[in-house]
Ligand binder design. Structure first.
Ligand SMILES: [Zn+2]
Length: 169
């Protein structure tokens, strides 16, 4: 019994987590159909262009982090809002952060000796907190990336438009 077991439960315990895990895995191995792949398929040429900003999609990065018009900004903002600031500043999310989030670890919180509340903190306590924090961060990052992807697929393939309100719900 320990945090390791708990972690694997989070990743594989239920189907939606598994789907997210698969999404990260496929993204990591470049198996998602973006841009160039679509250019070779008649009737699907429009899929090589971003459905929302109409530039050519060169990488997954565009969809997940760079597109000025899709849901990514709203979703990352929501994730950041959910992040308790007491755990530190929300990290700058890069593609590597998303793809590597399954292995994300945080540096151990060093007790602040000036702060009387933290002076007596023993190491185990700080370690547990760091693990929990890393877990929350992994969940927020992977769920957000997956949600952006799902919304993107829906808007590209079904030409559905999402408003900020749709997304928040
Ligand atoms: Zn775009």
């Amino acid at each position: 019994m320990g945090d390791l077991e708990h972690d694997s439960t989070i990743w594989t315990g239920c189907r939606s987590k598994k789907t997210i895990h698969q999404f990260i895995f496929k993204a990591l191995h470049g198996t998602y159909r973006i841009s160039k792949y679509w250019l070779n398929i008649p009737n699907y040429k429009h899929c090589a262009k971003c459905a929302t900003c109409h530039t050519e999609i060169k990488s997954l990065e565009h969809i997940l982090l760079e597109c000025p018009n899709n849901a990514q900004k709203t979703i990352w903002k929501l994730a950041q809002d959910l992040w308790p600031t007491k755990f530190g500043t929300w990290p700058r999310i890069k593609l590597g952060t998303i793809l590597g989030c399954g292995n994300l670890h945080l540096r151990k919180h060093t007790p602040d000796k000036q702060n009387p509340n933290e002076r007596g903190n023993d190491n185990n306590d700080a370690k547990d907190k760091t693990k929990g924090t890393a877990r929350l961060l992994r969940i927020l990052i992977s769920e957000s990336a997956y949600l952006i992807w799902v919304i993107r697929c829906d808007s590209t393939i079904n030409e559905k438009t999402y408003t900020t309100n749709n997304i928040i719900k």
